[in-house]
Design a protein around this ligand. Structure first.
Ligand SMILES: NC(=O)c1ccc[n+]([C@@H]2O[C@H](COP(=O)([O-])OP(=O)(O)OC[C@H]3O[C@@H](n4cnc5c(N)ncnc54)[C@H](OP(=O)(O)O)[C@@H]3O)[C@@H](O)[C@H]2O)c1
Length: 264
């Protein structure tokens, strides 16, 4: 990834920030985007200390103009885009019937799905030129149903449909599409997840100490990017689950329910 111009959305914390640090160590040129300027600058500072050239763009990926500005930031600073990592995302933790205002599902769809669509739309002409890489950070909830995650799972399934279709359209262009399907990863995403009232639930229901670390998750993503892999299903349970879903879908429903109840 040396000198590779990589855009990472949602780079102010969690998996995106970890990915930025690891790519900085490999000599990538980074364009980091998120809404929280202070946290973004802190991550950028760490990456610069590691020797990387970094620009930051304050952006809400739910707004197409902001996504256009992220890509423009890369082109102005580095003259090209080699890789776009669509990582920015938000989650929810509420049963559908308990949700007070259904607009929270629209917001999740705009951030997780349309954010990736907008960034991809504006980056694609540059990625065609560089024969670059498109990366989508989905979730196991992008492949199976998960209770308390109706809107989140829908947005991640939408990402899968979009990028799997685009991959076929891009055949022969030199642009590769890599989809990432993590299970639970220990980040702040649960604390910020929308509860029944649409506000952050603040306390993670997941046993954060028992799930994959953001560092391990980012390491696996970097390998997938380097190898231009088609997709990565992160956990053994996830890999087994996708096979089992074909044979015994009701069993997968029970496993997903238990994972949510047990928080791991
Ligand atoms: N953690 C997990 O268990 C897990 C599992 C599977 C998949 N994932 C996926 O991995 C990705 C990263 O999640 P994470 O766990 O690292 O979560 P996180 O720690 O909450 O980080 C989310 C990142 O997305 C950014 N973001 C959120 N809304 C945004 C918006 N409207 N515009 C721009 N940036 C926005 C946040 O920055 P600002 O708040 O500063 O904007 C932050 O940098 C997400 O797509 C998530 O769905 C996570």
């Amino acid at each position: 990834m040396k000198d590779n111009v990589v855009i990472i959305t949602g780079a102010s914390k969690g998996i995106g920030a970890e990915l930025a640090r690891q790519l900085a160590a490999k000599g990538a040129k980074l364009v980091l985007a998120a809404r929280s300027e202070k946290e973004l600058e802190a991550v950028a500072g760490e990456c610069r200390k590691a020797g990387a050239a970094v620009v930051t763009v304050k952006a809400d990926v739910a707004e197409e103009r902001d996504c256009q500005a992220i890509v423009a930031g890369a082109v102005i600073a580095f003259g090209r885009v080699d890789t776009l990592v669509n990582n920015a995302g938000m989650s929810m933790w509420a049963r559908f019937e308990d949700i007070e205002d259904v607009s929270v599902l629209e917001r999740i769809m705009r951030v997780n799905y349309m954010g990736a669509v907008y960034c991809t739309r504006h980056a694609l002409p540059h990625l065609r030129e560089s024969r670059g890489r498109l990366v989508g950070i989905s979730s196991l909830a992008g492949r199976v149903g998960v209770p308390t995650r109706t809107g989140y799972a829908a947005s991640k399934h939408a990402m899968t449909g979009f990028f799997d279709s685009l991959r076929i359209e891009l055949e022969g262009s030199g642009v590769d599409v890599t989809m990432i399907y993590p299970g639970f990863v220990s980040t702040g995403i649960r604390e910020n997840a929308a509860g029944p009232d649409g506000k952050p639930i603040k306390v993670s229901p997941v046993k954060e100490g028992e799930v994959m670390s953001a560092g391990d998750c980012a390491r696996r993503i970097v390998v997938a990017m380097e190898r231009r892999e088609r997709e990565v299903v992160m956990t053994a349970r996830g890999k087994m689950g996708l096979w089992l879903k074909l044979l015994a879908p009701a069993m997968i429903d029970r496993i997903a329910k238990r994972a949510v109840e047990q928080g791991r």
